[in-house]
Ligand binder design. Structure first.
Ligand code: NDP
Length: 316
């Protein structure tokens, strides 16, 4: 029996790619140049029954969906689906799977790491040793404590709650803004983002990207955070007015930022590269061997469930 044809828009971890290679006929769209991609779609587009992708590397656009008339399932190795045409897939009755839960702890750890390194000025302190300042100038200027600081979480979902738990352990006081009430927690709830930003020391959005959340951390919200306030972003670059954020950081109108995500990745606004009150990460919050392995395995398991006629593990 011939193998099921699967289009690889973005590859998985090597161990899971091996399983996929053994089980399916893989078509490596990810490895083809533009001409090769076109030729591949012309040749095998009609045979493709499954797509393997992630939110990066182009996700899964409507233009690609249109070339796959017999597609049955899209398996994405990320929780965020803002670059995938999920609604269009659903209109055609094609399920889309993602990878919730398995990455929650790593992403929450990253949010805490960014909070700690930004407020405690970890990187300038490393630099203080490396550039000889400790020897020449003595002790470095003081930094900001975590304990007792107020953390405002925007979007109290899986990752938001995991950040809250960690922040409490560090003695932070948690409050949140959410589109739906969360009766299971007793953190202070705000229905006004500007009011939340005004009241907290650290503001951290953990909402999905996409049209609904585009620019929700606006200039007004960041201005309310104020010159002693810090902005921590592990969600998506699109949720913040990035030019306003850069400008307010330059002016000292917010104190600092810890950022794992940007509007135009992998391009980071140039002024951020030289600011010593900013900690940057290359969108790697879930980038541990353990978590990426678990995410890749979910792709394999969802595909297997689909073609065995069993319920999907993590359909959206
Ligand atoms: P969840 O769906 O569990 O949580 C998202 C939260 O955002 C929910 O509480 C949801 O509200 C809220 N929300 C959604 N839309 C809006 C809106 N328009 N206005 C206000 N609140 C909104 O997702 P996760 O916690 O698992 O993941 C959150 C996001 O984190 C992902 O979508 C992704 O963008 C980002 N992420 C980043 C990673 C990185 O590497 N930096 C890795 C993984 C995720 P409600 O409770 O009402 O549904």
């Amino acid at each position: 029996m011939s193998k099921i044809d699967v289009l690889v828009v973005w590859p998985n971890r090597p161990e899971q790619m091996k399983i996929l290679e053994e089980t399916y006929q893989l078509h490596r769209y990810d490895q083809a140049d533009e001409q090769g991609k076109e030729a591949m779609l012309d040749e095998v587009g009609e045979r493709i029954r499954a797509v393997v992708t992630t939110h990066g590397g182009g996700g899964f656009p409507e233009s690609l969906l249109a070339r796959l008339p017999n597609l049955e399932i899209v398996c994405c190795s990320s929780v965020g689906l803002d670059t995938l045409c999920v609604d269009k897939c659903h209109e055609r009755g094609i399920p889309v799977t993602n990878t919730p839960d398995v990455l929650t702890d790593d992403v929450a750890d990253m949010a805490m790491m960014l909070t700690l390194t930004t407020l405690r000025r970890f990187l300038p302190a490393v630099n203080w040793i490396q550039d000889g300042s400790w020897v020449e100038k003595g002790m470095m200027p003081l930094n900001t404590a975590i304990k007792g600081k107020k953390l405002g979480i925007v979007g109290l979902g899986r990752i938001g709650k995991a950040i809250a738990k960690r922040a409490e352990a560090f003695g932070m006081i948690v409050s949140y803004y959410s589109r739906s009430p969360k009766p299971e927690v007793d953190y202070a709830n705000y229905d006004d983002l500007v009011a939340l930003a005004k009241d907290v020391d650290v503001l951290a959005p953990v909402v999905p990207g996409g049209a609904d959340t585009q620019g929700m951390i606006s200039r007004e919200v960041l201005t309310a955070l104020g010159p002693k306030g810090y902005f921590i972003n592990v969600s998506r670059g699109s949720v913040v007015d990035e030019p306003a954020m850069v400008e307010l950081l330059q002016q000292g109108s917010i104190a600092g930022a810890g950022l794992d995500v940007f509007v135009d990745e992998p391009n980071v606004p140039a002024p951020l590269l030289t600011m010593d009150n900013v900690v940057l990460q290359p969108h790697c919050a879930s980038g541990t061997y353990e978590t990426r392995g678990a995410m890749a395995q979910l792709v394999v398991d969802n595909l297997a469930a689909h073609f065995a006629g069993k319920p999907l593990l993590t359909a959206v």
